[in-house]
Design a binder for this molecule. Structure first.
Ligand SMILES: Nc1ncnc2c1ncn2[C@@H]1O[C@H](COP(=O)(O)OP(=O)(O)OP(=O)(O)O)[C@@H](O)[C@H]1O
Ligand SMILES: [Mg+2]
Length: 457
């Protein structure tokens, strides 16, 4: 399932906004990135998409289900009603129809909201959301291992590692439970924890736990090698596929991290190994927690929703992430899109960011810049340095304006052979800037050249 296109009318700060999402004819990847100033409307777009998709999810859960309404306060000031249109492409809805052609794979629905006491100019049409949901519901009735499309929205306030203090009684997790809280709070760590423990228990019951393996290893003595290898093979074959998916996703994203597991002593907690040392996940840094929770949540939902796939990370769906660079070190910002697409190759991503690094490291992403309620396509920034992206796409000075002016004056003085003024300014800047400042070093060289040439003449 992919969103092909969306249209917002009188929503948030947008009078009318329409755009296709990747993949398009020009962009083959599944990634669209929105950039723009604070208040440009990035979050509003993601929320609108999530709101619209919530109707499909609600109708998948039950025939007459209702998704989230458009809140009245997001109706454009002065307008009486707002509308969100989306066009969704989904081949599976027609899988039983051999005559189906491309047109049949499109589903389009409109969600509207009218101010109280007003007469709106829009009406909702949600038939296609129901039609598509109907297909998945019947498929699920026929085969309880049917895959469902993941739909998740990760808002900025997504990182709360809420760990239950008590072990509740067991409950089963069905594919549909993969949608629980997926559109309102994003990371549902409590559910992640419960699900992980549940699966780990089953895994340990059917196989050999790591602790048991370690004990055996101590007891084995000289016969260690051959028996040990057999035990390891046995353990690998008894591993839970869904847990393996989550562990693999986390390992892909966070090199050095492994062996995420639930521990019951001294009290219930989740631990992970980082470069050979074991940590309670609550001890991890904000950035590490944030990434682990995000990746773990996407992977867990995919695993739940694709019980029959050999590798559940291959499941499809739509993932919306607000401020994807949040808490990430620049080198992680650079690689986040590549990691997302490598780890979850069939998910469509719509991301927002304030970081030039996020969009300068991928060849094939669709980037839109939002400005004054309008959306413009940004040419590929692949291979650009961060300064150029800041300057060209994010409309931001690359250095402090006062220093920039002084550096310019300095170059002008050198160029026009006002060498004593140049020396004076150079000394002044030398006091203010770090010793290895590259522009200053260049100016120094230029000045030296001019001085030498002056001596020759
Ligand atoms: N009903 C409305 N009518 C007109 N403008 C609105 C309405 N509701 C919100 N806005 C405007 O939309 C903007 C909110 O946009 P949004 O939160 O999507 O921005 P953003 O691009 O995500 O910004 P940030 O980078 O700060 O998160 C606000 O600046 C607000 O002025
Ligand atoms: Mg925002």
């Amino acid at each position: 399932m992919k969103i092909k296109q969306f249209r917002l009318h009188n929503l948030g700060r947008f009078k009318l906004l329409e755009a296709p999402l990747a993949p398009t004819q020009q962009t083959t990847s599944n990634v669209t990135v929105l950039v723009g100033n604070n208040g440009a409307g990035k979050t509003s777009i993601l929320r609108a998409l999530a709101t619209s998709l919530s109707w499909f999810v609600a109708r998948l859960r039950s025939e007459k289900g209702n998704g989230s309404p458009i809140p009245e306060e997001v109706i454009f000031h002065g307008a009486s009603s707002a509308a969100i249109d989306i066009a969704v492409f989904d081949e599976r809805g027609q899988s039983a129809n051999p005559e189906a052609n491309e047109e049949d794979f499109f589903y389009q629905w409109t969600l509207t909201k009218t101010r109280k006491g007003n007469k709106g100019e829009h009406t909702s049409h949600l038939n296609d959301a129901s039609r598509l949901a109907d297909y998945y519901r019947s498929a699920l009735s026929n085969n309880d291992k049917t895959s469902l499309p993941l739909i998740a929205f990760y808002p900025v306030e997504r990182v709360v590692l809420d760990i239950p203090l008590k072990i509740k009684e067991r409950h089963t997790f069905l594919q549909l439970d993969g949608y629980d809280n997926s559109l309102n709070q994003g990371v549902d760590f409590r559910r992640f924890f419960e699900w992980f423990r549940e699966r780990e228990d089953t895994e340990n019951e059917s196989g050999i736990s790591q602790d048991m393996l370690n004990k055996l290893l101590e007891m084995l003595g000289s016969e260690k090698n051959s028996v040990w290898e057999k035990l390891l093979a046995l353990k690998a074959s008894s591993r839970d596929r869904q847990l393996t998916a989550v562990r693999t996703a986390i390992a892909n994203f966070m090199p050095g991290f492994s062996n995420l597991r639930v521990r019951r002593k001294p009290r219930l907690h989740m631990s992970i190994d980082k470069d050979g040392e074991t940590f309670n996940v609550l001890q991890l840094s904000q950035g590490e927690k944030s990434l682990m929770a995000l990746v773990g949540d996407i992977a867990r939902r995919l695993a739940m929703m694709n019980p029959s796939l050999n590798n559940p990370l291959q499941g499809d769906g739509v993932v919306l992430i607000d401020e994807v660079d949040m808490h990430l070190h620049p080198s992680w910002q650079r690689s986040i899109i590549e990691r997302l697409t490598n780890t979850f190759p069939n998910c469509q991503f719509v991301l927002t960011t304030h970081s030039p690094l996020v969009i300068s490291d991928c060849k094939d992403v669709l980037v839109y810049s939002l400005n004054s309620g309008e959306l413009t396509l940004v040419p590929s920034q692949y291979g650009q340095d961060a300064n150029s992206v800041l300057l060209n796409v994010m409309d931001t000075h690359i250095r402090n304006a006062e220093i920039a002016k002084k550096l310019n004056d300095l170059l002008d003085h050198i160029q026009d052979r006002r060498l004593s003024e140049a020396r004076e300014l150079l000394t002044e800047l030398g006091r203010e800037l770090p010793a290895n400042h590259i522009e200053l070093a260049k100016a120094k060289l230029l000045l030296r050249k001019k001085e030498l040439r002056g001596e020759k003449d």
